[in-house]
Design a protein around this ligand. Structure first.
Ligand code: GLC
Length: 536
C-alpha cells in the first residue's frame, strides 16, 4: 500500500478558538487577536495544525459576532486589520493554518445591505433579503420558527412587510436565490483568501436556501414540552433544500481558485443527509462537520453504531471528520465526566478522519453554571430554563492560577470556571499524567503514525462497555480498545492476535507494556497498542 501524504486538512488536527474567550491583551475582559497570537506557542506545543477562529468581524454582538455588519473588517473589540495580518503571518510562520468563520446565511440588521433593503420596497437591495407580505389577517407569512424562539418573521413597519430570520431578529437572512448576493459573498471569500486565510468554516450552510414557494413547515409529531420551541415544526421547507448544493458547489469553485484551501460546513443533519454535503463528485464541502459525537449517548454500542453508519454512508473518496465540542454545545468533560473525557480524547484522535478540538477541552474544561443575572447568550435569554444556554461552554480559557486565570487582568466577560485555580494549563502541563499531557501524547502519536493519520479503519466486535477498532497502514497495525465503563474489562478476541505492545494508555502509565494474548483494561481506560498483523 503506497503511503500518500494527502492534503494538509486531511492530515491535520483542527482547533477551534472562540476569540472572545481565549486571551485578552488589552484589559477589556474580552479576548482578542493579539491574544491568539500570544498563545500560538501553546498551540504549537499542543501540536494542532489549523486554527479556526469564530467570527472576528465588525458586529453589534447580538449573537456574539454571528451577526456581521462588515464582512471585510475586524471588530475593534478584537483588534485591527494590522493585528489580523500579524496573526496570519505568525500562524503561517509557525507552519500552522488559519480558518475563518464565514457567516453567509444572515447579516446583522445593521449591515448596510439590510439598512438599504429595509428602507423601501423598491430599493435595489430589497431582494437581497427575504421579504413577504403579511397574511390577510396581518399575521406572519408562514409558520416558520426562529431557532432562537418565536416566529422567524419580523414585521417591519417602514414597508409593512415581514422579513425572515432563522435566528435572532437582529440577524435577517440573505436571499441566496439572488445572484447578486452570491457574488457579494464570493467576493468576501476572495478578499480573505487573498489575505492568506486557509479556508472557511461556513456557518449554518444547510440553511442557505429556503423553499421557493414559502410553504408552511409540517408539525413535528415527536415534539414534547421541554424541547426548544422551534422544534414544534419540522424544518422541511427551511433547511436542507436540494438547491443548496448548487450554492455550495459555487463556493467550492471560489475556494478552488486558490491553492490548497479548505471548505468546512456546519451542518446538523442525520448522517444520511449530512454526507450529501460532500457534493456531487465530491465538489461540495471538503469537510461537512460530523457532529454525531456531540449528542451520542455515551455507550460503546451506541458509538460503535454511529461510527459504522458514518463510515458506511461516506461517499467513495470522501474524507471523514469528527468533532467533540464547539461553542454551541455542552462541554464534553461535563457531558461524559472527567474520567470518560480521556476516553473521548483517545476516540477523537484515533478515529479515521480529521479531528476538530474545541479550545479548553484539552484541559478538561467543564460546562460552567451561569447565574441567571449573568446570562449573555441570546438563545438562553429568549428561551430560558430549557438548558439551551451556550455561555457555559464559552467561558475563558484557564491558563494559570492568577485571579483571571491568565486570560485577562480584569474580570472576564463570562465567569471563570470555579476550578480554574487548579485546572489550568500551567498546572496540567507540569503533570505528566494530566488530561493535557494525554492530549499532547495522543496528538504526537497520531502525527507520527501513518496508521492513525491515513490507515484503514475496522471495527472489532466487542462486548459490554468495550469499543474496539483497528487502524492499519502499510507497516503498522494499531488496536484501539476503549473502556466506556468504570469497571475493569478484559479483551479477548478471535479476530485479532493480541501480541504486541502498548503505545499509550489514557492513564499514561503503560508505555511499552507487552501484550501476550490478552489485554486487561482498568475502568475508564483506553489503550492504543501496536499489534502483530495476520493480514486479512
Ligand atoms: C451557528 C453558530 C452559532 C450561531 C448560529 C447563528 O450555529 O455556530 O453560534 O448562533 O449559527 O449564526
Amino acid at each position: 500500500m503506497a503511503t500518500h501524504d494527502g492534503l494538509w486538512w486531511q492530515r491535520g488536527i483542527f482547533y477551534q478558538v472562540y476569540p472572545r474567550s481565549f486571551q485578552d491583551t488589552n484589559a477589556d475582559g474580552v479576548g482578542d487577536l493579539n491574544g491568539v497570537r500570544q498563545r500560538l506557542p501553546y498551540l504549537g506545543e499542543l501540536g494542532v495544525d489549523a486554527i479556526w477562529l469564530s467570527p472576528i468581524f465588525p458586529s453589534p454582538m447580538a449573537d456574539f459576532g454571528y451577526d456581521i455588519c462588515d464582512y471585510k473588517g475586524i471588530d475593534p473589540l478584537f483588534g485591527t486589520m494590522a493585528d489580523f495580518d500579524a496573526l496570519i503571518a505568525e500562524v503561517h510562520g509557525r507552519g500552522l493554518k488559519l480558518i475563518l468563520d464565514l457567516v453567509p446565511n444572515h447579516t446583522s440588521e445593521q449591515h448596510p445591505w439590510f439598512v438599504e433593503s429595509r428602507s423601501s420596497r423598491d430599493n435595489p437591495k430589497r431582494d437581497w433579503y427575504l421579504w413577504r407580505d403579511p397574511k390577510p389577517d396581518g399575521s406572519p407569512p408562514t409558520n416558520w420558527l426562529s431557532e432562537f424562539g418565536g416566529s422567524a418573521w419580523q414585521h417591519d413597519a417602514t414597508t409593512g412587510q415581514y422579513y425572515y430570520h432563522a435566528f435572532l431578529r437582529e440577524q435577517p437572512d440573505l436571499n441566496w436565490r439572488n445572484p447578486a448576493v452570491r457574488r457579494a459573498i464570493y467576493e468576501v471569500m476572495r478578499f480573505w483568501l487573498r489575505r492568506g486565510v486557509d479556508g472557511f468554516r461556513v456557518d449554518v450552510i444547510w440553511h442557505l436556501i429556503k423553499d421557493r414557494e414559502f410553504r408552511d413547515n409540517p408539525p413535528n409529531p415527536g415534539y414534547s414540552e421541554g424541547q426548544p420551541p422551534h422544534q414544534r415544526v419540522l424544518p422541511l421547507y427551511t433547511t436542507d433544500q436540494s438547491e443548496v448544493h448548487e450554492v455550495i458547489a459555487e463556493m467550492r469553485r471560489v475556494i478552488d481558485e486558490f491553492d490548497q484551501r479548505v471548505l468546512i460546513g456546519e451542518i446538523y443533519l442525520p448522517t444520511e443527509r449530512l454526507v450529501a454535503y460532500y457534493g456531487k463528485d465530491l465538489l461540495g464541502a471538503h469537510l461537512p462537520f460530523n457532529f454525531t459525537l456531540l449528542s451520542a449517548p455515551w455507550s460503546a454500542r451506541e458509538i460503535e453504531k454511529i461510527i459504522a453508519e458514518y463510515e458506511q454512508a461516506l461517499p467513495s473518496g470522501a474524507w471523514p471528520n469528527w468533532v467533540l465540542g464547539n461553542h454551541d454545545r455542552p462541554r464534553i468533560a461535563s457531558r461524559v465526566g472527567m474520567d470518560q473525557a480521556r476516553i473521548a480524547a483517545m476516540l477523537l484522535l484515533s478515529l479515521r478522519g480529521t479531528p476538530t478540538l474545541y479550545y479548553g477541552d484539552e484541559i478538561g474544561m467543564q460546562q460552567v453554571t451561569i447565574a441567571p443575572g449573568e446570562v449573555r447568550d441570546p438563545f438562553e435569554r429568549n428561551v430560558p430554563g430549557l438548558g439551551v444556554g451556550r455561555d457555559g461552554c464559552r467561558t475563558p480559557m484557564q491558563w494559570d492560577a492568577t485571579p483571571s486565570a491568565g486570560f485577562s487582568t480584569v474580570p472576564p466577560w463570562l465567569p471563570l470556571a470555579p476550578d480554574s485555580m487548579h485546572e489550568n494549563v500551567r498546572n496540567l502541563a507540569a503533570d505528566p499524567t494530566s488530561i493535557l499531557s494525554l492530549y499532547k501524547r495522543l496528538i504526537e502519536l497520531r502525527k507520527r503514525s501513518p496508521a492513525l493519520t491515513w490507515g484503514s479503519f475496522e471495527l472489532i466486535a466487542a462486548k459490554h462497555d468495550l469499543l474496539v477498532y483497528r487502524r492499519r497502514a502499510a507497516d503498522s497495525s494499531l488496536l484501539i480498545a476503549l473502556n466506556l465503563g468504570s469497571e475493569p474489562a478484559a479483551l479477548a478476541s478471535d479476530a485479532i492476535d493480541l501480541q504486541g505492545s502498548i503505545l499509550l494508555s489514557t492513564f499514561l502509565d503503560r508505555d511499552h507494556e507487552a501484550l501476550s494474548g490478552s489485554l486487561d483494561l482498568r475502568g475508564n481506560e483506553g489503550v492504543i497498542s501496536e499489534i502483530a498483523d495476520r493480514g486479512g
